[in-house]
Design a protein around this ligand. Structure first.
Ligand code: ASC
Length: 151
């Protein structure tokens, strides 16, 4: 009975607890953290774009590594969007916190599409890769359009 209680407590924690509660000393710390993650994502995503556009030779192993990087990195920035962190060296619009659930949904959509991109990058299916890459880029853009000052 007690064991069952613990099991169900663990299970519900796993399902309902947000990924991480924030761990920052202040808004500047949070801003730096998320900007670092976005910067690394942009580099990896940009390299993938260059391969798909023929600006760099396609190397499927490297492409898949970069897709993995983007999928992992996409998990990170969300934690950095703490209340009040529109005040500082950032392009974020304050309305993000008025529309927090929409923002959260957009971030989730990015994570799901980046995971899908990492998955299909393992396959020999350039059509599926291009589709997943396009979906991921679209999810980057849709959030920028709503919540970023300079696009
Ligand atoms: C990038 C980058 C973005 C996104 C976006 C995708 O590499 O810096 O902001 O991809 O352009 O459409």
């Amino acid at each position: 009975m007690f064991k069952k209680f613990i099991m169900s407590a663990l299970l519900s924690t796993a399902i309902t607890t947000p990924a991480l509660s924030h761990s920052f000393d202040g808004v500047e710390d949070a801003i730096q953290y998320r900007k670092a993650a976005f910067g690394l994502m942009a580099h990896n995503f940009g390299e993938m774009a260059a391969m798909l556009k023929g600006k760099k030779p396609m190397d499927k192993v490297i492409f898949a590594q970069r897709a993995n990087n983007v999928a992992a990195l996409a998990q990170l920035p969300h934690e950095g969007f703490i209340e009040g962190s529109d005040k500082g060296e950032t392009d974020v619009l304050a309305k993000i916190w008025k529309n927090k659930s929409d923002f959260d949904d957009k971030m989730k959509a990015l994570q799901i599409s980046a995971n899908q991109l990492a998955k299909v990058s393992q396959l020999d299916d350039i059509k599926a890769i291009k589709k997943a890459f396009g979906a991921t880029g679209k999810n980057c853009k849709s959030c920028h359009k709503s919540y970023k000052q300079r696009n």
